[in-house]
Design a protein around this ligand. Structure first.
Ligand SMILES: [Zn+2]
Length: 437
């Protein structure tokens, strides 16, 4: 891309503008901010080049923008490109720059949301504006969605659109969004680009223990706090068995081959241990996990309460939800009651077909050392909502990263930043991808 290419400059300008709009999502309606301002900014950028964006507000200020980019062949199934506009909070005192200043230094654009995911929002906007200016259309209809509230469960963003305005996604069969398409150096001139084809499910469960309430000075062999504490400790120290899903197996097979690591499928953890920093990302996708996160019991120091409860954050592999629950019930025992407080299903699709080929080819065209591999995200994204409409979702927001950058640590991290060249690279890859999609 030459220096006069307007999209190369515009992606930086748009990303910077978006970073300067504080869209902190605290998870609380009263204190979350800025999504409406960001949505209006995005709508204006789209309207300037002839799109007809609509803003959808689920609650005052909780705004998302959707526009349709008509393709050469509108009869074909449509593609959804989605990004969220909100960010997690940033404590300015911990940062070396203003988290909402959009500063550029050392080749990076700094700010909360630089990686998660105003970078991708900006790439998409820069690309579609350029295509409009050049009179180009995508081969098929593309629905563009820039949404609120991803960082606190999607209720006021993607979930609202899917539940209340499903017609916006009419004809959409495939989607791309976060978290995938980023590079991981594996030595020499080769870089893995991790394409997200699966996500673990989210099960937040509350454990309830009941007992005999009474005075703290007496003998009590039916203490709810003791029963709960024992159950929580058993859950927290339990190691669920390794289950190799098709996605993780494909990832390990490919990476083992590239790195020349021997892969023992009976002990995949040994292989994961040898793959370097991405082990942090992959390790949690080998098994179901259950982490205790909250405890609640009692109201006075000398009173034994009749009930006690704890929350556990469980992440399940695709297809494992029922087996997981059985195992969990065995671990906590018959006297502890389980209550689901939040459930989102796991996702998994195959790493094949024309769209995957378009991703791989676009990456290779811009980085000859690119090797696209599928992977499973241990967390969740808005894809969980869009998948409810039967849409096949991928994490593909292409970004070439410097070899020494710890990408995983930047997510929700201090001094979040995106390489300026990475943004420009992303626009070029997306352009090629869209042409072939
Ligand atoms: Zn995100």
């Amino acid at each position: 891309m030459d220096a006069t290419d307007p999209a190369a400059d515009e992606v930086i300008e748009i990303c910077r503008d978006l970073l300067r709009i504080d869209t902190t999502n605290t998870g609380d309606l009263d204190t979350s901010t800025g999504e409406r301002v960001a949505a209006e900014y995005v709508a204006q950028k789209l309207a300037e080049v002839g799109f007809q964006p609509e803003i959808y507000e689920s609650e005052p200020g909780r705004a998302s923008v959707v526009a349709r980019f008509e393709g050469e062949d509108p009869a074909r199934d449509a593609l959804l490109i989605h990004g969220h506009l909100d960010v997690v909070p940033a404590d300015a005192s911990e940062w070396s720059v203003d988290p909402f200043g959009g500063e550029i230094k050392d080749g990076y654009l700094w700010g909360r949301g630089a990686i998660d995911m105003k970078d991708f929002d900006a790439m998409v906007l820069a690309l579609v504006r350029r295509m409009r200016r050049e009179g180009r259309k995508p081969p098929r209809d593309v629905v563009l969605a820039f949404v609120a509230d991803e960082e606190a469960g999607s209720t006021y963003g993607a979930q609202y659109l899917v539940d209340r305005h499903p017609g916006l996604f009419e004809g959409v069969t495939e989607a791309i969004g976060e978290v995938g398409g980023f590079s991981v150096s594996v030595g020499g001139d080769q870089r893995l680009y991790l394409i997200e084809t699966a996500q673990k499910g989210i099960d937040w469960l509350r454990l309830h223990a009941k007992g005999r309430p009474g005075h703290g000075s007496m003998i009590n062999d039916d203490n709810a706090v003791t029963a709960l504490a024992e159950a929580v400790a058993r859950v927290g120290t339990h190691r669920f068995p390794v289950v190799l899903t098709p996605t993780v197996r494909a990832f390990l097979e490919q990476v083992s081959q590239i790195l020349g690591i021997e892969l023992d499928l009976d002990d995949p953890e040994a292989a994961v241990g040898k793959i370097g920093p991405i082990a942090m990302i992959i390790g949690a996708t080998l098994r179901n996990t259950a982490n205790p996160t909250r405890l609640a019991a009692g109201y006075k120091d000398n009173v034994i309460p009749g009930r006690a409860s704890a929350t556990i954050d469980c992440r399940t592999l695709p297809g494992q939800s029922e087996l997981f629950e059985e195992e969990l019930r065995r671990i906590v025992g018959p006297d502890i009651e389980l209550e689901y407080i939040h459930r989102q299903a796991a996702l998994e699709t195959t790493f094949d077909g024309a769209l995957v080929e378009a991703m791989s080819a676009a990456l290779r065209a811009e980085d000859p050392g690119a090797i696209a591999v599928p992977y499973m995200l241990s967390g969740g994204t808005d894809a969980k909502q869009f998948a409810k409409l039967g849409i096949r979702c991928f994490g593909f927001s292409p970004l070439r990263l410097p070899d020494d950058l710890n990408f995983g640590a930047l997510f929700h991290g201090i001094d979040e930043r995106v390489p300026v060249e990475g943004l420009q690279f992303g626009v070029r890859v997306l352009d090629r991808f869209l042409q072939q999609s």
